[in-house]
Each structure stands twice: as C-alpha cells, then as structure tokens.
Design a protein around this ligand. Structure first.
Ligand SMILES: [Zn+2]
Length: 228
C-alpha cells in the first residue's frame, strides 16, 4: 500500500497542482461522451489506451466486461443503472464494450465444477456469459489451438455483449433513433493494438490513425486530429 500512498501524494503535488484550473472546472460536474465497459483486469486501463482525461469516459469495469442481458434477474444490476444514468442524464452518444486478450473470465468459462469449488459467486457471474462458449463450440472449422480458441472466445464475447446491450429498451430505442452508436473493441495487451468490430464484415480490424484521419471501421466520424 505504501506505493499507493506515495502515488496519491505525487498526484496531488505534481498532476493536480499543475492542472488546478482543469480540476476546478471538473469539480463542477461531469460531461463524458462515452459509456465504456471494460474488464476489471488490472492490465486494462481505458483512460490509458484511449489517452483520455478524467471526465471523458463513464467507465463500468466488471469481471469479464460482461453485460448481462436485460431481464428480471439482472434488471437491477449495475449495468442497467449505468445505462440509465448514461443515456438519460449524461446523454452519451457512444457506448464502447472493450474486451481484451488473455481474459481470465473468458478462461473461466471453460473451468469445470472442481475449479469453481470455492468460488460459487464467480461461477454464477461467469455463467452469465456461457452462451459465448456455446457460440464458440458451434463455430465451423475453428483453429483447434488453445490460443486461437481463447482469442475467438474473447472476440465473440464482445460481439454477444453488443447484442445484450440491445436487449435494454433504452439502448435499442436510442440506437434506432440514431442518437447512440455501439462499438465493440478488442484490446491486445501484448501489441497495444485495439481492434474494432466491423459488424458488416463480421471481423475485427485494428483502429489506426494516419496523419489526417482515423482509419477505423466503426469510428469513421471521429478524427485523430481531435486527440489531445
Ligand atoms: Zn478480462
């Protein structure tokens, strides 16, 4: 913990002091433009990988970036609360669901009963996404290697979470009225690449910037020149 205490001191003395005006403005309220779902994994830092500042992303982190489908069991979940607040109060125009490589929750989908013996809550939570495993098992001619199955699971999971998002009437309505865009991303920790799901071609393509434009299959209307 000592390292964290020193980090707080460093933040206050260096970063906060240097940007006092920015934080003073921020203290008056938030106006993020993206609801960002990511995994609790300690290696996944949405602000870092998008180089965004405090106030820009409304972030929900949970084990496995799982978005439970709307329904009686989960309709009081944190996910549903975040969706309501983001769409009705913050009025965000974009939702990102960001999966990642080497995801422990996706590995846990393949655990057997013995692996879960002391983790009944993890089992329950991960089972919320068990349809991902079923979808992977129904894939035609999959690469049989462990690595390929892991990546396929992680990417299919992102695709299915987009479907789950659409099960919330608020989301569906806002998408149909073109007030909201859903983005599925896959962050590769080892390479730093972020791939965006292209629903028309059913592929994940790396989001790249050249000097002038953002070349990404989903975020075409955004511009790299806006990046700070
Ligand atoms: Zn994860």
């Amino acid at each position: 913990m000592q390292r964290l205490y020193k980090g707080i001191q460093k933040f206050q003395q260096l970063h906060h002091k240097k940007d006092e005006e920015f934080y003073s403005e921020l203290s008056k309220g938030q106006s993020p433009d993206v609801l960002f779902f990511a995994c609790s994994d300690s290696r996944v830092d949405p602000n870092l990988i998008t180089q965004s500042k405090p106030g820009e992303l409304f972030i929900v982190k949970n084990v496995g970036n799982i978005i439970p489908a709307n329904g009686p069991r989960w309709n009081k979940s944190c996910t549903a609360a975040a969706i309501e607040f983001s769409l009705l109060v913050l009025k965000v125009p974009d939702i990102v669901i960001c999966g990642h490589s080497d995801c422990g929750a996706m590995k846990a989908l393949y655990y057997d009963e013995k692996d879960f013996s002391e983790m009944p809550n993890l089992k329950d939570w991960v089972n919320t996404a068990k349809n991902v495993k079923e979808a992977v098992e129904h894939e035609k001619n999959p690469d049989p290697s462990y690595k390929a199955r892991k990546e396929l699971t992680e990417k299919m999971h992102v695709m299915l979470q987009i479907e789950n998002l659409m099960s919330y009437p608020l989301v569906k309505e806002a998408v149909e009225e073109e007030k909201l865009t859903l983005h599925g991303w896959y962050y590769d920790i080892g390479t730093g690449l972020v791939h965006a799901y292209d629903r028309h071609n059913n592929t994940f393509e790396p989001i790249q910037c050249d000097d002038d434009d953002l070349i990404g299959p989903v975020l075409k209307r955004d511009s790299c020149s806006d990046a700070q």
